[in-house]
Design a protein around this ligand. Structure first.
Ligand SMILES: [Zn+2]
Length: 144
């Protein structure tokens, strides 16, 4: 045995920093450029380092995780307030509907950024420079 292990190579893209950079809406590769062009539109490429970001396939995952997190927080708060103060129904509506909307809008963008960072770190959906995924058949984009 020479000690060489060719089946396991260390990743050049760490997941945790990519998640953090993405959740800050920064490029997962350099941490400087912006991920988004607008509220939720992912830039085709980073304006600082040129990393291609159009490979992401966040799809329905950001709203799913947003609903999951916001739902657990708001429902828990609603139950705690109900059990402690027994407020009238109109007060529940006045509290929880705006809180749900604000929290959802505030969390959707960083969650989507984190998912783009995760996909980049795991080299999913064309983020792998050796993959031909995301390119039309016959494209020489990867080899050029
Ligand atoms: Zn970048």
């Amino acid at each position: 045995m020479t000690g060489q292990n060719t089946t396991k190579t260390p990743s050049d893209r760490e997941v945790a920093p990519a998640l953090l950079k993405g959740s800050l809406c920064k490029c997962p590769a350099c941490g400087t450029g912006k991920v988004f062009d607008g509220y939720l539109t992912v830039r085709a490429q980073c304006d600082a380092c040129g990393e291609e970001l159009h490979h992401h396939r966040a799809d329905d995952a950001p709203p799913y995780f947003t609903i999951f997190i916001v739902g657990h927080i708001v429902v828990w708060l609603m139950l705690v307030v109900e059990m402690a103060y027994f407020p009238p129904l109109w007060l529940h509506i006045a509290l929880w509907v705006p809180l749900t909307i604000v929290m959802s809008l505030a969390m959707l963008r960083p969650i989507k950024g984190a998912l783009v960072g995760l996909q980049w770190a795991l080299k999913m959906h064309g983020f792998d420079p050796n993959s031909r995924e995301d390119y039309p058949a016959g494209s020489d984009k990867v080899t050029s």
